[in-house]
Design a binder for this molecule. Structure first.
Ligand SMILES: Cc1cc2nc3c(=O)[nH]c(=O)nc-3n(C[C@H](O)[C@H](O)[C@H](O)COP(=O)(O)OP(=O)(O)OC[C@H]3O[C@@H](n4cnc5c(N)ncnc54)[C@H](O)[C@@H]3O)c2cc1C
Length: 406
């Protein structure tokens, strides 16, 4: 990747993260993918050096940096060869904790975030449901106040919850007021930061077999009258959708960075191979049919990189606490930029991975050359946390003023 134009902080983050990740070889990631084993060691190494709290407040032990630096961190993890699996073992601790940091009380912040930053706890993110999918506002998991007023009882199902097997906490979006009783479907949802304790009654997680990123578990989660204390609620009851959006825009930036990192990692492997592999008496990379698609993939990554770091900058500078706060940056502008960046980076990452596999011929298909693993992983940012189609629906409506199509 061309690193001109990044801030000194971003470049410091990049150097430090690449250094830590250099202790995790390509074979480590291949083996963890094949054996579906969680990369605990990466999380521990990053926590030890204080990186999990990169974008969390300094008074809690975080680094107090922004999503611009956190995006660089996740890109560098993916780019090191850890790919999406490595990034996914870290990223919820960075983005899902953003709304907690912003909307929790000072007491909740201290109790909930300090152990995430130290690495003692891990968080997962519970939004997607099997029966409502991308129609988030229709989600049916309920958190009903207990009659004694001490807490809530959660009932419902979530799906595709990453890291649920290792998490201690979950950011949970659940309905606290029935949809029929609110003016808008975005009301009546609440965000909770719950203890995620699989040994407790009423909570179960079942692992889903998946195509890529197999080192990190994805799960179906079942809540059956699961009790949570009252102070798991973050912010005001009924305002959870607005609150969680804050984490979702951050997530789009991080995923965009991860897709870029994966794409650059694939290109590094493919260009090395194309320089070294001799067929018909010359390196295959001397053929334009090999060279041009790789060059084109690189340019797409570089363009998506600009969109990604532009979005992250808008996200950071729209926050009143940021030293370069700009009150003219609207949340509408942040939403368009973060969604667009996630779309463009996901497509560029996929293109780079696909071109890399194809450039390497048969060896592109062999596990020991790693790019087939990157290609499998490159589908994730195209699907999650929001699909390509829904981003186009959003941009068509919100940026272009076209009639809502769904
Ligand atoms: C590896 C992985 C990890 C994940 N981790 C998490 C996690 O930790 N936490 C979490 O909450 N979720 C997680 N997800 C879930 C992810 O966010 C969802 O899969 C994603 O939002 C898509 O939802 P869905 O699968 O229900 O698709 P659906 O809503 O069923 O949609 C299926 C397809 O139909 C298209 N479609 C639907 N409606 C329209 C429309 N109106 N116009 C055009 N196209 C439409 C969609 O674009 C999509 O292509 C993860 C998913 C994956 C694959």
């Amino acid at each position: 990747m061309e690193t001109s134009g990044f801030s000194p902080e971003q470049l410091t983050v990049r150097d430090a993260i690449l250094k830590i990740c250099s202790n995790f070889s390509d074979d480590y990631w291949m083996e963890h993918d094949q054996t579906e084993t969680y990369p605990h060691e990466l999380h521990a190494a990053l926590a030890k050096d204080g990186w999990i709290g990169i974008a969390l407040p300094e008074e809690l032990g975080g680094a107090g940096l922004g999503i611009s630096e956190a995006t660089m961190m996740l890109q560098s993890i993916a780019e090191s060869g850890a790919g999406l699996a490595g990034a996914q073992s870290i990223h919820a601790n960075v983005y899902a904790t953003q709304p907690v940091a912003k909307f929790a009380t000072p007491d909740q912040r201290g109790r909930f975030l300090t152990k995430i930053i130290s690495g003692e706890w891990r968080t997962c993110f519970g939004v997607t449901e099997p029966n409502t999918g991308l129609e988030t506002l229709k989600l049916t998991t309920t958190a009903l106040p207990d009659p004694d007023g001490d807490g809530y009882t959660v009932t419902g199902q979530k799906i595709w919850i990453s890291s649920a097997q290792v998490a201690t906490k979950m950011v949970l979006l659940a309905r606290t007021t029935p949809i029929e009783e609110v003016k808008k479907p975005s009301e009546g949802l609440s965000m909770f930061y719950v203890d995620f304790d699989l040994s407790q009654p009423g909570l179960e997680a079942k692992r889903i077999k998946k195509m890529g990123g197999r080192a990190v578990d994805a799960n179906q989660v079942f809540f059956d009258n699961y009790k949570i204390p009252k102070d798991s609620l973050i912010g005001q009851e009924g305002q959870g959708f607005k609150i969680i959006l804050h984490g979702m825009n951050a997530e789009r930036c991080l995923l965009a960075g991860e897709a870029l990192g994966l794409g650059y990692a694939a290109l590094a492997k493919a260009t090395k191979y194309a320089r070294e592999r001799i067929v018909f008496g010359r390196p295959i990379g001397q053929n334009q049919a090999i060279q041009h698609p790789l060059a084109e993939a690189y340019m797409h990554l570089e363009a998506a990189k600009l969109a990604t770091y532009h979005a992250a900058r808008l996200y950071d500078r729209s926050s009143p606490n940021h030293p370069e706060y700009d009150s003219t940056i609207t949340q509408h502008a942040v939403g368009i930029a973060c969604n667009s960046a996630k779309y463009l980076a996901a497509e560029a990452g996929f293109r780079a991975c696909e071109r890399s596999v194809m450039s390497m011929g048969g060896m592109g298909y062999a596990a020991e050359y790693h790019v087939e693993r990157y290609l499998r992983e490159s589908f994730v940012p195209r699907i999650a946390p929001v699909s390509r189609e829904m981003i186009m629906n959003f941009v068509g409506e919100r940026a272009l003023g076209l009639p809502r199509s769904y």
